[in-house]
Design a protein around this ligand. Structure first.
Ligand SMILES: Cc1ncc(COP(=O)(O)O)c(C=O)c1O
Length: 362
């Protein structure tokens, strides 16, 4: 056998939410609801669809490598210079590009335990060392994360809102944290669920890019824009960091259809507002039913909720599967009695609650 790099012994393939097609095949079910991967149940903007259809005629040409037309529109939308933006094949790719560009073998990356698993995977692949800091009630413990910073620390990841718990850290606390981080440590603020946040006590991090040249903000078109399989994410950061990352970037990482779709999606405020409002209604519906059932949950600022079912999460997950409902079991993330459920359409939320009630009664 050809030996892979030693680091590969310490990583495993990403485990996604179970696909609908797979469950239908396995259990012979006609009707399956997937509430497992924080996708947008309302689809995506019709304007993005039209833009992709229009762009289809050009797919035999490589796309522009830095997506300048998309960058121009997004820069005006966010009110940041276009040279502070970088696009990736999902924000997943940007995480990889950052660790590849900046992490030396043996350097440390501080992150919460539990948070988005791709941070750890990419750090380990580059030969870095993940330093996992336990959370407090499902929320980043920024004090403890700060204390964990040593001369070996190169990166700190803050997932805000956090996946899988849905929680955020408050504005003041995050600002003080940023002020306390040495300027030679990169802070990656992953805001994949930014648009769902429903409080003012949340740092508008873009306004602090000049003050903190070591800050990188990550966002995505996969969640509220509903373009998960098209694969476009973006980072906002000092232009000199962009220039470093571009040196190693795969040239044609964001394809033509993706660039066109994201460009058009930015302009469809109506779709975003509708998604946000319906998601909010769904969240309140789920939360009120969890309370009725005596179940506690982490306060979520996302399109998912992590709820404590007070029973073995794997068993509850499997019984929900039998009823055609796919969620994410918490035992794989270190929460043995919790499940993470993506907020669906109202009828999906109702079917989920009904099924959960039956499963928990057994
Ligand atoms: C916190 C967080 N960051 C990044 C991503 C990656 O998103 P994408 O690569 O689709 O942009 C996800 C996806 O679920 C996520 O939850």
């Amino acid at each position: 056998m050809i030996e892979p790099r030693a680091q590969m012994n310490n990583v495993s393939m990403y485990s996604p939410g179970k696909p609908v097609e797979e469950l239908k095949r396995e259990l012979g079910l006609d009707h399956v609801i997937k509430m497992a991967s924080n996708e947008n149940p309302y689809g995506f903007s019709p304007m993005a669809k039209e833009a992709m259809m229009e762009e289809m005629k050009n797919v035999h040409y490589y796309p522009e490598i830095t997506a300048p037309v998309l960058a121009d529109k997004l820069s005006r939308n966010l009110e940041v210079p276009a040279n502070t933006l970088i696009f990736g094949n999902g924000s997943d790719e940007i995480i990889r590009m950052i660790t590849r560009t900046y992490l030396n073998v043996g350097e440390e990356a501080v992150m919460a335990s539990v948070t988005f698993p791709r941070y750890k995977t990419n750090v380990v692949i580059e030969g870095g060392k993940p330093v996992n800091i336990p959370m407090k009630e499902g929320t980043h413990d920024l004090q403890a994360m700060k204390k964990a910073i040593t001369s070996k620390t190169k990166i700190v990841f803050v997932c805000n809102p956090n996946n899988p718990t849905g929680t955020i850290v408050g504005e003041e606390e995050l600002l003080q944290f940023l002020e306390s981080i040495p300027s030679d440590v990169l802070v990656i603020l992953d805001e994949a669920y930014y648009e769902y946040v429903h409080t003012d006590d949340y740092l508008q991090s873009i306004n602090y890019l000049d003050q903190f040249p070591n800050l990188i903000i990550l966002r995505t078109f996969s969640k509220i824009y509903g373009l998960a399989s098209v694969r476009v994410g973006y980072g906002i950061m000092a232009s000199d960091i962009v220039q470093e990352i571009l040196k190693g970037k795969d040239p044609f990482n964001v394809n033509r259809l993706a660039q066109a779709a994201a460009w058009a999606a930015i302009g469809d405020k109506e779709f975003m507002t509708m998604t946000k409002q319906k998601n909010e209604e769904g969240r309140l519906y789920l939360e009120s039913n969890f309370s009725r059932l005596g179940l506690s949950y982490f306060p979520s600022h996302t399109n998912f909720v992590m709820v404590d079912v007070a029973q073995n999460a794997e068993e509850v997950y499997n019984r929900l599967l039998e009823k055609g409902i796919i969620v994410r079991p918490g035992h794989l993330m270190g929460y043995s009695t919790m499940i993470r459920v993506t907020i669906g359409k109202q009828e999906e939320n109702e079917q989920f609650i009904q099924a959960l009630e039956q499963v928990l009664e057994k």
